[in-house]
Design a protein around this ligand. Structure first.
Ligand code: HMG
Ligand code: MG
Length: 285
């Protein structure tokens, strides 16, 4: 049998953050609970970001307080700054993520600062996470293409990955934010990034705008990556990335892993139930 693969479920955060109509806190909690029942080991629940920037995530503390925690599940959140980290800690987050960009245009649009400034801002978050014993995840966005700057040089992705590693990130998730990556550009990017961090510490995070997410995941698998982010029901999009459609659907990634013989531990019937519910939360497009 092939190696086990971790499906890192980001639907409740990446999937819902872009929804314009405010989703009831109870529905967000229900989605997370359905995902816990489907046996995910890693669930990104919400983000402690500015509610002025991402109004949909304004109830982060309430969502964290409402979920029913299952044994062995890591409930993770995004924390862009120390204030977000402190709120996340108070809410009992099991893992926090800092999120940088490989392109300057997206860094400005998403975090209102340059890449260098964002890394400076993340340093105290990383230090606080270390002191508190909370595992730190890092994201790099726009790993192949940026909606503002065009194609991203692989060396830029490698540089930001190394910076996140040096800050203490135990895993760096490589984000194809606008789903424009191809097997060729993803392969070239991985070649550069893997000079800095081995595949066991990397995750693939693909949006599926271009319909090539599954092919790109196969490229990552061949390179040795064993963790993939996805969103139940294919929810998703980033409010600061024009044209960013949904994350690759968890069901599709689970199908791919089944086909390739990589165990995921996911309860497929419960996953379908969660996906059906997730789709009801999406506003009509
Ligand atoms: P800013 O406007 O430069 O900074 O935002 P600020 O310090 O002036 O903060 C603005 C307001 O937010 C202030 O309130 C702060 O108090 C408040 P006001 O005075 O206007 O009333 N504030 C906060 N409130 C609650 N929690 C906080 C917090 N921080 C500030 N933690 C900032 C800078 C970083 C805060 C802002 O740009 C921000 O929150 N950005 C987050 C954007 C975001 O969440 N984007 C989506 C997630 S990233 C993504 O989706 C990509 C990913 O999926 C991977 C991929 O696909 O590539 C991860
Ligand atoms: Mg994303």
């Amino acid at each position: 049998m092939a190696d086990p693969v971790t499906l890192y479920e980001v639907g409740p955060r990446d999937g819902l953050q872009n929804e314009k109509a405010q989703i009831a806190t109870a529905d967000k909690v229900r989605l997370v609970d359905l995902l816990s029942a489907a046996c995910f080991r890693k669930i990104e629940v919400t983000s402690f970001v500015s509610p002025r920037w991402v109004p949909q995530m304004a109830d982060a503390a309430e969502v964290m307080a409402g979920i029913h925690r299952a044994n062995g599940v890591t409930y993770a959140v995004l924390t862009p700054n120390l204030r977000g980290f402190e709120s996340a800690l108070a809410a009992g987050a099991d893992e926090v993520a800092i999120f940088a960009s490989a392109s300057e245009g997206f860094s400005m649009a998403n975090l209102n600062c340059t890449i260098a400034e964002s890394l400076e801002r993340f340093a105290p978050v990383a230090a606080a996470a270390k002191d508190a014993g909370v595992p730190l995840r890092g994201y790099v966005s726009c790993v192949t293409d940026c909606p503002f700057d065009g194609p991203t040089p692989p060396a830029s992705v490698a540089r930001v990955t190394a910076a996140l590693r040096d800050l203490g990130a135990c895993e760096v998730s490589l984000g194809d934010t606008i789903g424009a990556g191809t097997p060729e550009t993803v392969g070239a990017m991985l070649n550069a990034v893997m000079q800095e961090l081995p595949p066991g510490h990397l995750a693939g995070h693909f949006h599926d705008t271009g319909g090539r997410a599954l092919e790109n995941i196969e490229v990552c698998l061949a390179a040795g990556l064993r963790t993939f982010d996805s969103a139940v029901g294919g929810l998703g999009g980033c409010p600061y990335a024009p044209g960013a459609e949904g994350n690759v659907a968890t069901e599709a990634v689970a199908d791919l892993m089944d086909r390739l013989g990589h165990p995921t531990g996911i309860d497929r019937a419960r996953l379908s139930e969660a996906a059906d519910f997730a789709r009801t939360l999406r506003s009509p497009r």
